[in-house]
Design a protein around this ligand. Structure first.
Ligand code: FPP
Length: 235
């Protein structure tokens, strides 16, 4: 792997925790727990090799429809992981940010996220984005509503609406688009993740379940990225 042509922004759909557990006749939450371990390894390694932005899909707007025990279990895992891991993030100069609909998440989760964001806000190393209560269509609707408000208040003229204005009202407004999207577990779809932002991203799908996605699997993915030629619609 060459360190000089690494993606600036990597986005990951961490899929397959449930199937990883099922294969072992274990409860789904054991799979999620193992998934948090993979995530820690990938965050650490990404920061070490100089990735500037890492965005992971932790919980979608659709995930609330899962059984209550699973939803609560995932939220508890998130709490425990944050509490245990925040100091390491700070030591490694990682800046954390939550992307998603903050209006409709439980208050205790919101407080935890605000605390993590505040404690890492002056860090200048890798930005680690956690997509929580995130759905890309909802994000685009949110952006459109913000722009509509500006139009009604005569702050923006309809003719001034362009890609930049839509982009600057998305949750990812201060970040470059992902260069590389990884999805684990063998599913070949995007599932409402960063639809606007991945227009020109390189996509990588692996059959490996997320709990088995380790540093060596990650390096393999990055090598594949390095072998691709990005053309952005040109020849
Ligand atoms: C997908 O597997 C995984 C999730 C919906 C949850 C991912 C969450 C974590 C790894 C914990 C988040 C923690 C932090 C610290 C951000 P699945 O349940 O859809 O698996 P399946 O498709 O095999 O059923």
């Amino acid at each position: 792997m060459q360190n000089n042509i690494l993606p600036k922004h990597i986005a990951i759909i961490m899929d397959g925790n449930g199937r990883w557990a099922k294969k072992r006749f274990l409860p789904r939450l054991v799979g999620h727990n193992q998934g948090v371990k993979s995530l820690k390894e990938i965050v650490r390694y990404s920061s070490d090799i100089g990735i500037e932005y890492l965005t992971v899909y932790a919980f979608s707007t659709e995930n609330w429809a899962r059984p209550k025990t699973e939803v609560n279990g995932i939220i508890k895992l998130l709490f425990d992981a944050m509490k245990e891991y925040i100091n390491e993030l700070i030591e490694n100069n990682v800046k954390m940010k939550i992307i998603g609909d903050k209006e409709t998440i439980p208050e205790n989760v919101m407080e935890l996220f605000n605390d993590c964001e505040n404690r890492t806000k002056n860090n200048t190393g890798m930005q680690f984005n956690i997509a929580f209560n995130y759905g890309s269509r909802q994000e685009i609707v949110h952006s459109v509503k913000e722009i509509a408000k500006m139009c009604l208040e005569n702050k923006v003229d309809i003719n001034e609406i362009n890609e930049e204005l839509i982009q600057s009202n998305l949750y990812t407004k201060d970040m470059p688009d992902p260069d590389f999207v990884i999805r684990t577990s063998g599913e070949i779809r995007i599932s409402n993740f960063l639809l606007w932002q991945i227009s020109y991203s390189e996509l990588y799908f692996t059959k490996t379940y997320w709990p088995d996605f380790n540093k060596s699997e990650y390096k393999k993915a990055l090598e594949e990225y390095q072998s691709r030629k990005r053309r952005y619609g040109k020849i």
